[in-house]
Ligand binder design. Structure first.
Ligand SMILES: Cc1ncc(COP(=O)(O)O)c(C=O)c1O
Length: 403
């Protein structure tokens, strides 16, 4: 990234995927925290306070701060396994790698569905068709700020007793019917990686209203240790059942160390204060971007109601290789950083780790995902992004030759 703006060549939009996601206020909060003599740096009261503040912001009862969004994914799948047993988990073919890796690592069978082009999330009708007696959960990803839920889908899952797990790593602040995403599922996952709505450098959160799952995830986060539970009753029951064990070292599950630190929590608490204000700006930016793109060249008909995006979705309307190449060239020439195939790189079924399991042909059965894989991009949308740059980029994209 070019730091000295006077060095930027004419015509270069100097537009990274993310800019200034840490502010002076965040750094000062850390410095203030470190001024203490002998501060506790490992997981302690800052982590707990961040979890409480996050739960309040989201509107849930419990949250567990972990080392990454991928850790959150692995912990929710592990908790699902110990609570509901093994079977099938329905996942989208367009998502982040750890949404599928966690399913496989825990021993579930992933069952794939295509996406709805208007939300980029799972095609919810296909999800309902793929439910079998073996289905243990639907693990849904809200892609790049777009809500993937609808009422019929939620009603059907409830009627059939299928748990919903929401991955909200790319969409926190977005809503469905005025209620925040991440409050509909049995558990929901968030990422605080640098390029997301807010950051703790690395970090993630699992949120839930279910007390038993909360206790399980607390234990799974720290080696499966029973003393990590916040329930005195649960701790007592283990002590009584295993009198030969030191109560400090009772391991209920073969688990992980996915804790974070006090410093990451201090940054998270500082960042959370401006999350809503930043999200409002991002939402306005996306509206400006989509409303100025040429709808004959680019897909602009996204379901934006309640959306909250940290990246612009640029998807070609048709599979047009000439336009694809012109867009790629123009973005590079004008200093606009991008990722092809959206954040997870597109169709997960095309990746070697999945081809080894499902074979070479499975990836071809998801045409909407494949379209985004080959003709979709994402571009940064951060609060300081200038309106003029957005307009200039739209103008540039609209002029590109498609034949
Ligand atoms: C949808 C989704 N889920 C999970 C993750 C994983 O988060 P992390 O990078 O914090 O491990 C990401 C990563 O960016 C993501 O986009």
């Amino acid at each position: 990234m070019i730091r000295d703006r006077s060095m930027i060549p004419e015509g270069n939009l100097d537009w990274p995927l993310m800019r200034n996601n840490f502010t002076r206020a965040d750094l000062d909060a850390v410095i203030e925290f470190l001024k203490q003599d002998d501060p506790v740096l490992t997981q302690s009261t800052q982590v707990q306070t961040f979890e409480e503040e996050w739960s309040e912001w989201l509107g849930v009862r419990f949250s567990v701060f972990v080392s990454s969004g991928s850790a959150a994914n692995l912990l929710t799948m592990t908790a699902l396994k110990y609570t509901y047993g093994l079977g099938e988990v329905i996942v989208p073919a367009l998502t982040w790698v750890s949404d599928i890796a966690s399913v496989i690592q825990c021993g579930f069978k992933p069952v794939f569905v295509d996406i709805n082009p208007r939300t980029l999330g799972m095609d919810t009708d296909q999800v309902l068709q793929r439910i079998t007696p073996q289905t243990k959960a639907v693990f849904l990803t809200h892609i790049l700020g777009y809500n993937a839920l609808n009422q019929r889908f939620l009603d059907e899952l409830r009627a059939r007793g299928i748990p919903l797990i929401e991955d909200v790593c790319e969409s926190y602040g977005a809503t469905f019917c005025g209620r925040k995403l991440g409050t509909f599922g049995l558990m929901s996952n968030f990422s605080f990686y640098y390029a997301h709505h807010m950051s703790t450098i690395e970090g993630g959160m699992v949120s839930t209203n279910d007390r038993n799952l909360y206790e399980t995830i607390r234990m799974l986060r720290a080696h499966g240790m029973v003393r990590e539970s916040s329930s005195d009753d649960l701790k007592r029951s283990y002590r009584e059942k295993y009198p030969d064990l030191n109560p400090d070292f009772i391991f209920a599950f073969p688990a992980y160390n996915m804790r974070s630190t006090e410093i990451n929590a201090v940054i998270g608490r500082s960042q959370l204060k401006r999350l809503d204000a930043n999200n409002k700006i991002r939402t306005r930016n996306l509206e400006l971007f989509l409303s100025n793109l040429d709808p004959s060249k680019y897909f602009t008909d996204f379901e934006t109601v309640g959306s909250c995006n940290y990246a612009f979705t640029l998807v070609l309307k048709e599979p047009n290789q000439v336009l694809y190449e012109s867009v790629t060239r123009a973005l590079r020439e004008h200093g606009v950083e991008f990722r092809r195939g959206t954040s997870g790189g597109g169709n997960q079924l095309r990746q070697p780790y999945l081809k080894a399991i499902v074979g070479e042909e499975e990836c071809k059965k998801y045409p909407n995902v494949d379209h985004v894989h080959f003709y979709g991009f994402y571009i940064g949308n951060y609060p300081g992004l200038e309106k003029e740059k957005i307009l200039k980029l739209c103008q540039l994209l609209n002029q590109l030759p498609g034949e």
